[in-house]
Design a protein around this ligand. Structure first.
Ligand SMILES: Cc1cc2nc3c(=O)[nH]c(=O)nc-3n(C[C@H](O)[C@H](O)[C@H](O)COP(=O)(O)OP(=O)(O)OC[C@H]3O[C@@H](n4cnc5c(N)ncnc54)[C@H](O)[C@@H]3O)c2cc1C
Ligand SMILES: *[C@@H]1O[C@H](CO)[C@@H](O)[C@H](O)[C@H]1NC(C)=O
Ligand SMILES: *[C@@H]1O[C@H](CO)[C@@H](O)[C@H](O)[C@H]1NC(C)=O
Ligand SMILES: *[C@@H]1O[C@H](CO)[C@@H](O)[C@H](O)[C@H]1NC(C)=O
Length: 504
């Protein structure tokens, strides 16, 4: 019997006077019980991000030749989570908190990626690289679900993640090379009902004592500044070419602490299963099986997001420990206005999210990256889909009509996008990730040494880097025989085991 759990993420009133074509009464995520995820699709749609020449120099690194045969830590997945974990290992190894393995000169870390480097989601991350920490959005729901202290940390973690990522790019001298833009973020509200919802979240955050840095804009302000007659609320935020960011982060990790860290990368190397090694065979605990042979590992970090349940079947959704794959769709649309008119802001509104890419000259019309409109797919809203080798034409039709309707005169109605692609997100029932040791309540000791940071529910950019940092801290603590102390920004409900008790 399949079980349905319908979560109404946010309600929109359908009474808008505007004829924005894809307003739905509710953006829904329908979680139906499903089998463990497939491996990543071998032939994904081409994204603007990954298929611009020169954008992915690490695409096939380590895909041929000898496979690394063993490592202290094996990271599965070379997206923002896996590469952030590599970065945090590089940053901490060799210090007292994270000593080098006894009898060895370096900590050996290997990253195993099923497809090309950062192929999978680097093109999806908020469809264009929106690196947007929530300031207060959904505060009432988050506080009701997790309590006030965890709610404060929930927002603090996103703030930490985005400011730290921007700081690293600047300090490394590669902020421009990855198109890091501190252009702010705008939530656009099409109806009074939606405005009231957002206001209520703002009021609740203020009442809870949260400092909130936002500017409210009236419909008239928005019309004159941006050409759309809708309310807006502006908050700090960044956008970035995420693949380039992750590439630079990997290179920096590889260049840092080389005396203490041996970092290897094997792309096009899917991990197909994980088998325990008996102590008589190896001092390592786990064999990661791949079509190229096995890698023996002491620790394993699952950075596989939507695909986690392929290797961890107990995490098939939608139960309390489940991660459910959900397909999202994005396109790159040429605007018919200057960047000055559009602004460098990244936007969210009415189940769409978009932002204009930087331009080379003032008279160049920017390419705008737009995603969302998942409800146009009809139930079950792309839930359970791991095939990003194709696009959904219904979603595509609605996306094409969105910006011309929202910004009259600034986009040419009927213009075809320059690229269109899909990617798979990893949803959880509470929309928060799982961070920590892999725990199967039915077999509590079955995964000793395995850790996970996954299940960002389509909102991983301002979270993944910090979640990876937490997992690396846990591994460091375990090696040193210490108890892990959560950083001040870590929300306790994210920890594995907190939610995944059997449901009544
Ligand atoms: C269309 C779309 C829109 C999005 N919009 C937003 C947004 O607006 N804001 C936001 O913050 N986030 C957004 N996201 C989500 C964001 O992209 C993710 O949260 C983030 O990329 C997760 O990073 P990750 O490294 O954990 O996972 P991924 O980037 O998915 O990386 C996981 C990697 O693991 C690899 N892998 C999986 N299984 C195996 C295996 N068995 N062996 C080897 N490798 C394996 C995969 O190939 C993949 O490269 C969106 C995603 C999509 C697809
Ligand atoms: C508030 O946000 C703006 C950008 O929206 C930023 O310039 C400013 O520094 C922020 N202030 C604080 C105190 O964070
Ligand atoms: C990591 O650094 C080493 C040593 O400089 C280098 O040989 C190797 O190619 C680098 N790896 C990648 C993927 O760039
Ligand atoms: C808008 O489109 C028209 C017709 O294609 C074109 O002549 C004009 O240059 C465009 N304007 C901008 C700013 O892109």
């Amino acid at each position: 019997m399949s079980r349905y759990l319908v979560i109404l993420l946010s309600l929109y009133s359908a009474t808008s006077a505007l004829s924005i074509p894809f307003i739905h009464d509710a953006e829904q995520t329908v979680f139906n019980t499903h089998a463990p995820a497939d491996l990543p699709h071998p032939n994904p749609t081409h994204s603007f991000w990954t298929h611009t020449p020169g954008a992915n120099p690490l695409a096939g690194v380590g895909s041929t030749g000898a496979l690394t045969d063993e490592a202290d830590v094996c990271i599965i997945g070379a997206g923002i989570t896996g590469v952030s974990a590599a970065y945090h290992f590089a940053n901490t190894v060799g210090e007292s908190a994270f000593p080098i393995p006894e009898g060895e000169t370096k900590l050996r870390v290997v990253v195993l990626e099923a497809r090309d480097f950062c192929e999978f989601r680097c093109h999806g991350w908020r469809n264009g690289g929106n690196l947007t920490p929530y300031e207060f959005l959904e505060f009432r729901k988050v506080e009701a679900q997790f309590g006030r202290e965890a709610a404060m940390r929930y927002y603090a973690m996103e703030h930490y993640t985005s400011t730290e990522m921007a700081r690293i790019a600047r300090a490394g001298g590669w902020a421009d090379a990855v198109d890091l833009v501190e252009g702010g973020h705008m939530d656009v509200m099409l109806t009074e009902a939606r405005l009231a919802e957002v206001r209520a979240d703002f009021d609740a955050a203020i009442a809870a004592g949260k400092r909130v840095n936002v500017t409210w804009l009236s419909r008239e302000d928005m019309q004159s500044a941006y050409g759309t007659y809708n309310w807006g609320v502006r908050s700090p935020g960044y956008n970035v070419w995420s693949l380039k960011f992750v590439t630079q982060l990997f290179r920096q990790a590889n260049a840092t602490a080389r005396s203490a860290l041996d970092l290897r990368l094997h792309t096009r190397t899917p991990v197909t299963s994980i088998t325990p090694l008996s102590a008589s065979v190896s001092a390592r605990k786990w064999a990661l099986d791949t079509p190229r042979g096995a890698v023996k590992c002491t620790y394993v970090v699952h950075a596989t997001n939507a695909y986690a349940s392929h290797l961890l079947p107990h995490m098939a959704g939608p139960g309390p420990a489940g991660i459910v794959p959900v397909r999202g769709q994005v396109l790159a649309m040429r605007a018919n206005a200057s960047l000055a008119a559009l602004s460098t802001t990244s936007w969210v509104g009415n189940a769409g999210y978009w932002f204009p890419r930087p331009v080379h000259s003032a008279d160049e019309a920017p390419l705008v990256i737009l995603g969302g409109a998942r409800t146009a797919a009809g139930a079950p809203f792309e839930v359970g889909v791991t095939d990003d080798g194709e696009i959904n034409p219904s979603v595509g039709r609605v996306l094409r009509a969105f910006l011309p309707a929202l910004f009259p005169g600034m986009y040419e109605p009927g213009r075809e996008p320059e690229a269109e692609w899909t990617g798979i997100m990893g949803y959880t029932t509470l929309n928060i990730p799982f961070v920590g040791p892999v725990l199967d309540v039915a077999r509590p000791d079955a995964h000793a040494g395995q850790f996970i940071a996954a299940g960002y529910a389509g909102h991983g950019m301002p979270r993944a880097f910090a979640c990876a940092e937490a997992v690396v801290g846990m591994i460091a603590a375990e090696r040193a025989g210490r108890v892990w102390e959560a950083p001040a920004w870590f929300p306790a409900p994210f920890l594995t085991g907190v939610r995944d008790a059997p449901q009544e």
